[in-house]
Design a protein around this ligand. Structure first.
Ligand code: TYM
Length: 312
């Protein structure tokens, strides 16, 4: 029997933070060897916000280095760039013709932007259908993501249903995998960790950068326990372990931040070292091989799509 299929993607919109790591990359890493696995760099998605070509080029290489340093073996997963497989944008268009404007208006990424009084570009509006194409082209069963992407996986299921109903069964309906306790990793201010809130702890930052972020965690002076520090610390230790540390250091916020810093460093230091040994050339090779493999799969699926919709 063939293996089930796992798929996830991250935008190359800057350095990854520990929210990306615990919410998506680690859940992928923990199980990817049991599946037929794909790990994508969502470069076309990042165009909805990023408009600097040098930065996009640099970020794309960087995010693949992050994947490799975190432990993804390119022999055991297809690592590729979304833009290497034009079938993604082609299929997105077909899905866009199947769903209504009303339905897309309900998507969080778009709704949040509009709620802030900002003008969204059409790419951001159609974003969930590109993500549906990413997932559905590879007959994906499971999509490890953070909670903020749950709705987008629901949209992918809806796109699959709509297509199957209109043209006959072709797409599998995927399921999101959101790991309890890490679905929404909090940032240094207690809100969801996100680059746009400037509250991140970088996964591959220098020791100084990580120290600055951890020591800058917002604490209020009312309780014995600094909740924002504790909430991040929970990613690294069990409640029982934390109970002891926080009891011993009651009211000593600086000590507690230093204890957290030590735990973050213990995770990051070996990854940082590994990352330094990965060259741009290695990344180029991984992306070339991954791009070819993904393209071959997507092309086969797309020719079925074209047949079913009646353009060939
Ligand atoms: P992106 O690049 O915003 O985030 C990458 C992954 O990190 C997760 N994440 C978090 N998880 C927990 N706590 C947080 N604070 C946190 N911040 C981010 C996200 O949920 C995500 O899983 N649209 C996607 C990229 C994408 C994709 C796909 C994902 C494109 N195509 C197909 C899965 C399948 C995005 O913008 O993620």
């Amino acid at each position: 029997m063939s293996k089930k299929r796992l798929f996830t993607g991250l935008q190359p919109s800057g350095t990854l933070h520990i929210g990306n790591y615990f919410g998506a990359l680690k859940p992928f890493l923990d199980t990817y060897e049991e599946y037929d696995s794909h790990l994508m760099v969502a470069d076309y998605h990042s165009l909805t916000t990023l408009k600097n070509s040098d930065e996009l080029r640099r970020n794309t290489v960087d995010v693949v280095k992050d994947y490799l340093a975190a432990g993804v073996d390119p022999k055991k997963a297809v690592i590729f760039k979304q833009s290497s497989v034009p079938e993604h944008t082609e299929l997105a268009w077909i899905f866009e013709c199947l769903v209504s404007v009303k339905f897309l208006e309900l998507a969080h990424a778009y709704k949040d932007k509009v709620a802030k009084g900002l003008e969204a570009n059409a790419g951001l509006f159609n974003y969930p259908m590109l993500m549906a194409a990413d997932i559905l082209l590879y007959d994906t069963d499971i999509v490890p993501v953070g909670r903020d992407q749950q709705q987008h996986v629901e949209y992918a299921r809806e796109a699959a249903k709509k297509f199957n109903l209109a043209y006959g069964d072709l797409f599998k309906e995927p399921t999101e995998k959101i790991v309890e306790g890490v679905g929404t990793v909090p940032g240094t201010d207690g809100q969801k960790m996100s680059k746009s809130y400037k509250n991140t702890i970088p996964l591959f930052g220098t020791k100084d950068e990580i120290q600055k972020a951890v020591m800058g965690i917002v604490t209020d002076s009312t309780g014995d326990r600094p909740e924002n520090v504790y909430a991040i610390h929970k990613l690294f230790r069990t409640d029982a372990e934390l109970e002891v540390i926080y009891e011993e250091n009651k009211g000593k916020y600086k000590n507690l931040k230093e204890a957290l810093l030590e735990d973050v460093e213990a995770l990051v230091a070996p990854l940082r070292e590994k990352r330094d040994s990965i060259t741009d050339e290695m990344v180029a090779e991984v992306l070339k091989a991954g791009g070819e493999a993904a393209r071959a799969e997507a092309a086969a699926k797309m020719s079925q799509v074209r047949q079913q919709i009646g353009i060939i």
